[in-house]
Design a protein around this ligand. Structure first.
Ligand code: MN
Length: 262
């Protein structure tokens, strides 16, 4: 039996007086529930090691965290911007670029959807309460796994298929969000007033699925539809591994055919 290895982008934080690097355990637990092998990649590696770090990985999970430096999308920092991490931006932009080059499937969560959108040329709301006041509280007080606002999903989309739903009430722990969606992405999930909460790549392009909420926090509920998002990534990563073998064989066949051509 072969296992599917999923690279998980990590964070660097100081707590209890010590510098630590890793991820929220919920990401690791959710991937384990889906049958994947989570490999945590520390941003301390830096962008220059991103390609080597992804060797042997079958998929990429871009996780939540810091606000993205607004200069990446041509904006001045809002007074409400939370401190960005240039090292993490650079590392994850490099991971994303390498993963796309290798046609690895990519799941983006919270900051992950924002990073993917910025990497592909989109822009962000830097602070929803000041940039886009509306009736939805995207950062309510309470537990991280508390479902707080409804979204609707595009029927037939990857996200709707993965969740087996076209409406779902999600947890919400964010103050930034996609503003202008990048070329190459399709919006597939929205709040009632049209804020983008899910996006994906076009069919035929490298597989990307990204959500603004935190599906990993639902890992403990075995019946939560969110498990479907991690299963979709692991399944796609397994297929990608097999199809790259298939591609190799096809190239061999073409090479032999060329040799035989008079
Ligand atoms: Mn939200």
């Amino acid at each position: 039996m072969s296992f599917v290895r999923i690279a998980v982008s990590g964070v660097l934080r100081t707590w209890d007086g010590a510098e630590r690097t890793g991820v929220n355990a919920a990401y690791v637990r959710a991937l384990l529930c889906a049958g994947g092998i989570p490999l945590i990649l520390s941003p301390l590696m830096g962008a220059s090691l991103a390609a080597s770090a992804l060797d042997g990985c079958d998929g990429l999970l871009l996780t939540g965290g810091e606000d993205i430096e607004p200069s990446w999308y041509g904006a001045e920092p809002s007074p409400f911007l939370s401190p960005p991490s240039q090292d993490r931006d650079l590392f994850e932009l490099a991971l994303f670029a390498v993963a796309r080059q290798r046609d690895l499937p990519i799941l983006g969560i919270c900051r992950g959807i924002q990073l993917i959108n910025v990497a592909l040329g989109g822009t962000l709301y830097q602070d929803l309460p000041s940039d886009r006041p509306d009736s939805v509280d995207h950062s309510p007080a309470g537990a991280r796994d508390a479902r707080s606002h409804p979204i609707r999903l595009q029927p037939g989309s990857r996200v709707a298929a993965a969740l087996d739903a076209t409406e779902i009430t999600v947890n919400s722990v964010h103050h930034q969000a996609v503003e202008n969606l990048a070329p190459g992405l399709i919006a597939t999930g929205w709040t009632g007033d049209g804020l983008i909460e899910a996006a994906e790549s076009e069919s035929g392009a490298s597989w990307i699925l990204a959500v603004q909420w935190h599906p990993e926090e639902m890992y403990a509920d075995s019946r939560a539809p969110e498990h479907g998002l991690f299963s979709a990534l692991v399944t796609e990563a397994g297929l990608a591994g097999r199809s790259s073998v298939g591609r190799g064989r096809k190239e061999d066949t073409i090479a032999h055919a060329v040799e035989r051509t008079p």
